[in-house]
Design a protein around this ligand. Structure first.
Ligand SMILES: Cc1cc2nc3c(=O)[nH]c(=O)nc-3n(C[C@H](O)[C@H](O)[C@H](O)COP(=O)(O)OP(=O)(O)OC[C@H]3O[C@@H](n4cnc5c(N)ncnc54)[C@H](O)[C@@H]3O)c2cc1C
Length: 358
């Protein structure tokens, strides 16, 4: 089971005024645990005035870059991102769980596929990892990136993308769409909406008929518009991969202490929870989320966003049934196999057996 490890910050580099690229070195023999798949993220934890915050950041390095790097963009008033941008420096220690997430497809060196990436703002981080790894490991494949930003000065990794275009001449196309800065081609100004996508397809800037897989990461409304346009253009859901960052997760404000659950027997459920090979059985109210039930009973279940956006608390229901309120992270095939997000799941049967180790 994923646990926190120490990592030393070896470099902090500004990529634009409001974003840093942080290079990390796992300590205490943990390097192997931080082998990652392109598109995965790390979940960090840090105390802010006595309150532990957990935040996830996608790895922006490619698998063949030989480094572990994340890109952190400042969110106005955001606790972790502001601290990382203003105070984090080489030599500092951070704590993070090993890489997680399923925002990738398996690569096959002999295949010639065409991938399409859509990124908005800091949503470029996992897409950059994916495109670098894909172009290096699938030499016959090509990648088109549509990258949305407010203006030129807010484009993260602008120079790196230019260098990659030169390195992979003819295999990487990058279209910058800027909300406020006018560009030579009108189509490249404004927001990336469903209509804009349809125009990019219709005018041939993107050869949509030959796209195998599309990756989307950015603000939720933008992602929904793009997904709609891709479906309209004939892609099926299995060809569209999402990674959502922004959520309704609580900010720094302390959450009210969760009440101890002393519900009536009729409303109770028995959870048998397996974690790190050990199974504990607890009785809680059916109103209690699976994650809260575990944490309140000293079961150290993994979690981060608590909002159904990341998949850090993913576990598998082996017996009984739960209802999942929100799911922005798991794909249909995972749900069919019984995977749920513990932070969003409540029991609906009187007994439920779940496993965090699968
Ligand atoms: C799987 C995953 C991967 C992620 N990868 C990255 C990454 O590579 N780079 C990156 O910069 N961020 C990434 N994020 C977002 C990141 O985890 C934090 O949510 C973000 O940095 C804000 O945290 P904070 O502590 O600074 O702000 P908080 O103190 O939590 O929030 C301050 C305010 O900003 C709002 N807010 C929170 N997140 C966002 C957001 N993303 N955009 C706009 N408003 C927001 C909150 O609702 C709150 O009102 C990722 C999130 C997930 C779930």
């Amino acid at each position: 089971m994923a646990r926190f490890h120490d990592l030393t910050v070896t470099d902090v580099r500004k990529t634009i005024r409001d974003a840093v690229v942080v290079t990390l070195r796992p300590e205490n023999g943990a390097a192997k645990a931080f082998d990652f798949i392109q598109g995965q993220y790390l979940t960090f934890r840090r105390d802010f005035d006595g309150e532990e915050l957990r935040r996830s950041y996608s790895i922006c390095a490619g698998r063949d870059d030989g480094v572990l790097q994340v890109g952190i963009k400042r969110v106005d008033g955001g606790a972790f991102s502001t601290w990382a941008n203003d105070e984090l420096k080489p030599g500092d220690r951070l704590q993070a769980m090993p890489p997680m997430g399923g925002f990738f497809v398996e690569l096959a060196p002999e295949r010639a596929r065409h991938y399409l990436g859509f990124a908005g703002g800091s949503g470029i981080t996992p897409v950059l990892s994916i495109l670098k790894t894909t172009l290096a490991r699938e030499p016959k494949s090509s990648f088109s990136l549509v990258y949305a930003n407010k203006g030129v000065s807010s484009i993260m990794f602008r120079e790196e993308l230019e260098d990659l275009k030169n390195l992979y001449l003819g295999r990487l196309t990058v279209i910058h769409v800027l909300e406020t800065d006018a560009q030579e081609i009108d189509l490249f100004t404004g927001l990336v909406t469903a209509e804009k996508c349809a125009q990019l397809f219709a005018t041939g800037w993107i050869d949509i008929d030959n796209v195998d897989t599309a990756f989307i990461c950015g603000p939720e409304p933008m992602m929904l518009g793009i997904a709609g346009a891709l479906r309209e253009a004939g892609l099926d859901d299995g060809q569209i991969k999402f990674e959502l960052f922004a959520s309704a997760q609580p900010g720094r404000a302390k959450r009210n202490a969760a009440p101890k659950h002393t519900a009536s027997t009729a409303n109770q459920t028995v959870f048998a929870i397996t974690l790190d090979g050990a199974t504990q059985t607890i009785t809680v109210s059916k109103d209690t989320s699976l994650l809260d039930a575990a944490l309140e009973n000293a079961i150290d279940a993994p979690f981060a966003c608590r909002a159904g956006v990341c998949s850090t608390c993913r576990c598998r229901v082996l017996e009984g049934e739960v209802e999942m309120k929100t799911n922005h992270a798991l794909e249909d095939y995972e749900v069919e196999k019984g995977y749920v997000l513990a932070c969003q799941s409540h029991a609906i049967t009187d007994t439920v057996r779940v496993d965090f180790d699968q």
